[in-house]
Design a protein around this ligand. Structure first.
Ligand code: CP
Ligand code: NVA
Length: 318
């Protein structure tokens, strides 16, 4: 069993294998109804419990559909409705869920809580977003870019705005896979030094610049996210500080002519991105949202020892 807590923890070869597996599973079910099982369902009988301390549309639905297509079942749990919401410890909750489910995905306010949960669980634990990172999202983003450009190698990525949890997972991916990433963030909104240090340790071409323009110039991919993440205080101050970092059509003009736009969603048109960009021809945001499903299936299989299907036929039977 393996946890999926951060891209920073996963060897590059495993990340690449998961992306290949996600693409293959997407191809294999082309044309099937969304509720149909995969042609070769890899996780029959496995139950995934999901705990949400914060709201979710994509993460919740993509994981729910993912485990069903793989032949398993899901339980969606709001933390507030569980005894967790009345103070039961994460340690006890992790041990109980480990007896009743085969894997747990958790979206938590505090990253430390997910790490604590994983320490006490005896089944795989998946980070479904914390204040620090959003690794599942970046697997879907990498799949989307691989699909669009054919390969990740050689792409120049530009992150614009708040150096937040999603930015951190992009930095982790850049560190692991050697991707070129420039983050344009104003003072006070730079990514955490610990994440940048990881990139430095891997000699990954990751740089933080002060303006959106400097980040985007010559980029193949421009990425934005909300200026006010779940749990952030001082929304008005953040919107004012980050306003010059809106991705506008003029900003996109500085990127390469074939550059694309990514956003994990939910988006706020007129804040971090202009409607003309996110609803325009360079936007891949709905491919990206769909790819949450295919990427999450690869993550689930990885946690159960994949990417190859479980219980493969013995060599002699092939
Ligand atoms: N991108 C993403 O994680 O969306 P949800 O918050 O809707 O899950
Ligand atoms: N940075 C955003 C991502 C939402 C999917 C947040 O944490 O709210």
């Amino acid at each position: 069993m393996r946890h999926f807590l951060d891209i920073a923890d996963i060897p590059a070869a495993d990340l690449r294998a998961m992306l290949e597996d996600a693409a293959a599973m997407k191809r294999a079910r082309n044309g099937l109804p969304k509720g149909a099982l995969d042609p070769d369902p890899a996780l029959p009988g496995r139950a995934l419990a999901m705990i949400f301390e914060k709201s979710s549309t994509r993460t919740r639905i993509s994981f729910d559909m993912a485990i069903r297509q793989l032949g398993g079942a899901s339980l969606v749990l709001n933390a507030a409705d569980m005894q967790l919401g009345r103070g039961e410890s994460l340690a006890d909750t992790a041990q109980v869920l480990s007896r009743l489910a085969d894997a747990v995905m958790i979206r938590a306010h505090k990253h430390e809580d997910v790490l604590d949960f994983a320490r006490h669980a005896s089944v795989p634990v998946i980070n479904g977003l914390t204040d620090r990172s959003h690794p599942c999202q970046i697997m879907a983003d990498l799949l989307t870019l691989k699909e669009h450009f054919g390969a990740l190698e050689g792409l120049q990525l530009a992150w614009v705005g708040d150096g937040n949890n999603v930015a951190a997972s992009f930095i982790h991916a850049a560190a692991r896979l050697g991707l070129a990433l420039r983050l344009g963030c104003p003072p006070g909104y730079r990514p955490r030094e610990a994440d940048l240090n990881l990139a430095r340790q891997h000699s990954a071409p990751v740089a933080v610049v002060d303006t959106a323009e400097a980040a985007v110039r010559g980029a193949d991919v421009v990425i934005a996210d909300t200026f006010v993440s779940m749990g952030d205080a001082n929304a008005e101050q953040r919107l004012a500080d980050l306003a010059p970092f809106q991705v506008t059509p003029d900003l996109m003009e500085l990127a390469k002519p074939q550059a694309v736009f990514l956003h994990c969603l939910p988006a706020h048109r007129g804040e971090e991105v202009a409607a003309a960009v996110i609803d325009g021809p360079r936007s891949l945001v709905f491919d990206e949202a769909e790819n949450r499903l295919h990427a999450q299936k690869a993550v689930l299989k990885y946690c159960f020892g994949g990417p190859e299907p479980l219980n493969p036929e013995p060599d002699s039977a092939r």
